[in-house]
Design a protein around this ligand. Structure first.
Ligand code: ZN
Length: 401
């Protein structure tokens, strides 16, 4: 297949994923459809696939009603929140210190200012979870407000281009909550100690989904190339991360006759953008004590942004190894050595001592601030030629090992 046909195919894959299967949260219909599409393509090019099945929840909500002093306030339900129907006095807390001695049982608690400056890591998230986040959860569960309103600003690092961002995004946290703009939080705070009404419907439903691991080659230590297939709620997820999945599909075709000495695993992880990272946890569980069988892991996330270079970075790769891998990428002028990015699925490998590389776009920060996790992340912002370039570079890298 020539270059032009490959690019055409990439476009087709990308459009199919984003237009026909947007909203690919783990366990949702579109998520399952995308997994089946990936499995079919792997089978077509002679890859042996294995499902790594896990339990998760899917979630539905309706628009909340938030009222204070006969005024309506615009709010959104925090992802995965339980439903709520409360009328209670409003209490306002702006710092962790204040929260420590606040009496808030049965109230509607407004968190704003410093305490609401960042997104709180989910309770059971193991990869990164600072003590003050854990303390916030512990205090809230002990003090038991009836419901929580969080007033938030912008936080590109954790929340992408979403404003306001949900301070809580956790299906394991059972106090109902909504989020509103920081500016609105200031207005609502004027109603402290007065009755406020908050009601909405929401539903957590048990579901199942899986990772797909596709293999070729003999036994021995393998190379794992991965990308996450899930998206944030209600987003098409083009550059985050359909481009990574498309590149895996292109690579599968380029390697359809692969018979090299190093086994290759093309891995679709399911849950990078989901609070409980279920696919990542499942992969670690299944590979417990066996991560040493991976000699190199490459993760693609946020790559293929139009007009920007493709950036690679290394984790636990140095010296000769680093030169060898860099030289493959740098043959193409569309690649640069990028900044360190100690988040994302490459850390699943790096934190287990596996040499890992990340492939993303050079402008990741801008991407995060404006586009990631919003409806703006659609195929028109991606350049499919970059996906073909990356698949070609990965093929060459695999043949070198
Ligand atoms: Zn991503």
């Amino acid at each position: 297949m020539n270059r032009e046909e490959m690019e055409k195919k990439a476009k087709k894959y990308l459009n199919t994923l984003c237009a026909k299967m947007p909203d690919r949260c783990p366990g949702r219909k579109q998520n399952i459809k995308a997994l089946l599409m990936f499995e079919n393509i792997m089978a077509l090019y002679g890859w042996k696939t294995k499902r790594q099945v896990f339990s998760c929840i899917t979630w539905k909500e309706n628009k909340p009603v938030l009222e204070a002093g006969n005024k309506k306030f615009s709010a959104r339900v925090s992802p995965y929140s339980k439903k709520c129907g409360v009328k209670a006095a409003l209490k306002v807390v702006s710092t962790l210190d204040r929260l420590r001695d606040a009496e808030i049982k049965g109230t509607i608690l407004l968190l704003k200012g410093k305490i609401a400056a960042e997104q709180i890591m989910p309770k059971n998230f193991v990869f990164y979870n600072p003590p003050h986040h854990k303390e916030i959860y512990t205090l809230l569960e002990k003090k038991a407000p009836a419901a929580i309103i969080t007033a938030t600003g912008r936080n590109p690092q954790a929340a992408g281009g979403v404003y306001p961002f949900p301070m809580f995004e956790d299906g394991d946290f059972d106090i109902p909550s909504v989020y509103i703009k920081d500016t609105l939080g200031e207005k609502l705070a004027l109603y402290e100690n007065q009755p406020v009404k908050l009601s909405f419907n929401a539903q957590r439903k048990k579901s199942k989904a899986w990772n797909v691991a596709a293999f070729k080659g003999n036994s021995g230590r393998r190379i794992t190339i991965c990308a996450h297939i899930d998206t944030k709620d209600k987003t098409p997820g083009a550059v985050d991360n359909a481009t990574g999945i498309v590149t895996l599909m292109l690579l599968a075709e380029m390697l359809k006759d692969y018979n090299g000495k190093t086994p290759v695993e093309l891995l679709v992880l399911n849950g990078e953008d989901f609070y409980a990272v279920p696919g990542q946890m499942k992969y670690l569980e299944l590979n417990k004590g066996k991560m040493g069988q991976i000699k190199l892991a490459v993760n693609m996330d946020g790559m293929g942004f139009k007009g920007k270079k493709t950036a690679f970075s290394f984790y636990g790769i140095a010296g000769k190894e680093s030169k060898k891998i860099s030289s493959v990428f740098l043959k193409n002028q569309g690649f640069i050595k990028g900044d360190m990015w100690p988040q994302g699925d490459h850390m699943v490998f790096a934190s287990a001592g596996v040499p890992a590389a990340a492939i993303t776009s050079e402008n990741l920060n801008q991407l995060c601030a404006d586009i990631t996790h919003t409806y703006r992340d659609k195929p028109s912002i991606a350049d499919c030629a970059k996906l073909v370039d990356t698949a070609e570079a990965l093929k060459e890298l695999i043949l070198k090992y």
